[in-house]
Design a protein around this ligand. Structure first.
Ligand SMILES: Cc1ncc(COP(=O)(O)O)c(C=O)c1O
Length: 402
């Protein structure tokens, strides 16, 4: 995604009324998804979009087949099948120690993508501001525009992607409605520490602000990093809107099943928005989701261990090819610095990489409001099987740092 620098002017008279939505005019299509299309077109190894190219767990796939055979083929309850909501609540209690009421505090959505947008549409009013850490997962920009929020960006700075507490405090004010957090973070791999979350909490309490927290990479953690859910921080239980999904943890990004956990009043609003946007997520896949969420902790431990091997493999490949890598502590991406290659910017480099070298990656500018801030960066994903990483290694060996 790129936010367009010159938004279309609002209609001043019927004769000049824009034919298309002024909101939709303010952002481009997703750069990440475009890179996947370019990868297919150029037969490139796709290290751009974050979807695994290895199989999902057999047990979970079987549960989906069983559900279809059992004719769980009609609409589920709009805010989620009871069995699935119960499993989400039990899983949140088991993994994070937070007790939530599945009857009043959970909305099952079509992926965390819809959970985030429905949550924002449920709480934002004209004039509201949302604080967003930058670089940010590209969807948050259009989410802000579509919901009518004005984003206030706060920089995460390499190499450790820390933020300046004063800069964060200055982004909050009487118009702030929410802060959007993503931990473990895409694209940086940052895992927010307790002290940072407490600082965020202090500001949320001071300004009476929601914390919308995208925790979709909660189980992908390296080097001793620990995921702390924002809802577990004292004072955040009822301010947090926790977004999560089956997509990444169970390698089923195409299933489109996610959820939002929030206090009852907020959930009431999210459920209404969700109902009229999508009616509901796929019923048989919610049944399978209930099975997925009951896997033993050893599943998550193995997942993190396997991803650690892939992370280190891709770090080695990229470093050998001349990239400066920012080592991620979570999620499944590596942000790199491409200065050594002497290209004018990230987009020119990513296009060269996909067309001439045969590897697709995401230009860093798609994670920044101001594209110049991301011009020295390109993001790679390592949620790929060894043969894919090996193919990328062979192709990247043709690259020459200057
Ligand atoms: C931070 C983050 N949130 C949400 C999503 C999308 O999740 P879903 O497939 O559940 O809609 C992604 C996908 O890459 C992501 O990186």
């Amino acid at each position: 995604m790129a936010l367009k620098t010159t938004p279309a002017a609002p209609a001043s008279a019927a004769a000049t009324s824009p034919r298309l939505s002024v909101k939709a005019e303010q952002f481009t299509e997703s750069v990440i998804r475009e890179m996947t299309r370019l990868a297919i077109q150029h037969n490139a190894v796709n290290l751009s979009q974050g979807f695994p190219d290895f199989p999902a767990p057999a047990e979970i796939k079987n549960a989906a087949k069983v559900a279809i055979d059992a004719d769980i083929n009609q609409y589920a309850i709009t805010w989620g099948a009871k069995k699935f909501r119960d499993a989400i609540a039990a899983n949140f209690l088991r993994t994070q120690g937070v007790s939530v009421d599945p009857e009043r505090e959970i909305t099952v959505c079509c992926g965390s993508t819809e959970a985030m947008l429905s949550s924002m549409l449920a709480i934002i009013n004209p004039g509201d501001e949302v604080v967003v850490f930058e670089p940010f997962y590209e969807n948050y920009g259009p989410d802000a525009i579509l919901s009518g929020a004005s984003p206030r960006f706060v920089k995460l700075r390499p190499p450790d992607w820390t933020f300046d507490p004063d800069e964060l405090a200055a982004a909050f004010g009487p118009k702030t409605k929410a802060i959007i957090l993503n931990t473990p973070n895409n694209p940086t791999g940052k895992v927010f520490e307790r002290a940072e979350l407490e600082l965020i909490r202090d500001l949320c309490v001071k300004w009476n602000v929601f914390g919308i927290t995208d925790e979709i990479y909660e189980h992908m953690l390296y080097d001793g990093a620990r995921h702390i859910s924002l809802a577990t921080i004292d004072g955040m239980r009822d301010r947090a809107i926790t977004i999560n999904a089956l997509s990444k943890t169970y390698s089923v990004t195409g299933w489109r099943v996610g959820w939002a956990i929030a206090a009852p009043e907020v959930t009431g609003a999210i459920r209404k928005v969700h109902d009229f946007v999508t009616v509901g997520a796929a019923a048989p896949l919610q049944e399978a989701g209930a099975v997925a969420l009951q896997v033993p902790n050893s599943y998550y431990e193995t997942l993190a261990r396997d991803y650690l091997v892939r992370r280190d493999r891709l770090l080695g490949i990229l470093t050998a090819a001349g990239f400066r890598c920012f080592k991620p502590r979570g999620a499944y991406y590596i942000m790199t610095d491409i200065s050594a290659f002497g290209f004018p910017d990230d987009v020119a480099f990513a296009k060269y990489l996909v067309k001439e070298i045969g590897v697709a990656a995401v230009p860093g500018s798609s994670f920044y409001q101001n594209s110049a801030d991301g011009r020295a960066h390109v993001r790679f994903t390592f949620c790929k099987k060894e043969s894919t990483l090996q193919a990328a290694a062979e192709r990247l060996a043709k690259l020459h740092a200057k």
